[in-house]
Design a protein around this ligand. Structure first.
Ligand code: APR
Length: 174
């Protein structure tokens, strides 16, 4: 089942919250800042351990890795690195990989419910309508979980995702 909600991803009571991280895995602003701020230092401690281990070079764009969710009402955070929007290069495959790989990692964890932000649509400047279509198609194609919830931070973002959903699903409601 796919859900669109307007709200704060750090408040979602789900198994997995997906973080719009950067390659350093060491925090940032936006979703990344909110998750680390509310989730607490345990999340950063695990991110640092990942950097000291197999992610010495950082997390690649489109890839995903899980840590504890710390104090968030979730069991895990899956960190993924979205592509920065480019008008010269089509990076839509990398953006779709963020959703596909996050779902794969969530499934491997045994998660049944996953909350996604609108990856790359903030600091990384990806236009919302394009990002919504890529996200919804990626999830529709690789949707082995009980619930995938898109958590949109504004009513405008929510409306854009809803319009993209109507386009993709041929008008079906969610
Ligand atoms: N809950 C849900 N959505 C949120 C929240 C929140 N608490 N905070 C921000 N957003 C929305 C933004 O409005 C935007 O639509 O999440 C979307 C993604 O924005 P960013 O968090 O800026 O992520 P992104 O565009 O992928 O850029 C990633 O920003 O924070 C840094 O460390 C991060 O370098 C990385 C870059």
């Amino acid at each position: 089942m796919i859900e669109l909600v307007q709200g704060d991803i750090t408040e979602q009571r789900v198994d997995v919250v997906v973080n719009a991280a950067n390659s350093s895995l060491l925090g940032g602003s936006g979703v990344d800042g909110a998750i680390h701020r509310k989730g607490g230092p345990e999340i950063l401690a695990e991110c640092r351990a990942l950097r000291a281990g197999q992610y010495g070079g950082g997390l690649k764009v489109g890839h995903a890795v899980a840590t504890t969710a710390g104090r968030l009402p979730a069991r895990w955070v899956v960190h993924t690195v979205g592509p920065v929007y480019s008008t010269e290069e089509d990076r839509s495959g990398l953006l779709a990989d963020c959703y596909r790989n996050s779902l794969r990692v969530a499934t491997e964890l045994g998660a049944e419910t996953v909350a996604f932000p609108a990856i790359s649509t903030g600091v990384y400047r990806w236009p919302m309508a394009s990002a919504a279509e890529i996200a919804l198609r990626a999830v529709l194609d690789h949707h082995p979980l009980r619930t995938v919830r898109f958590v949109l931070f504004s009513s405008a973002a929510h409306d854009t995702f809803a319009a993209a959903w109507r386009e993709i699903s041929g008008g079906a409601g969610l």
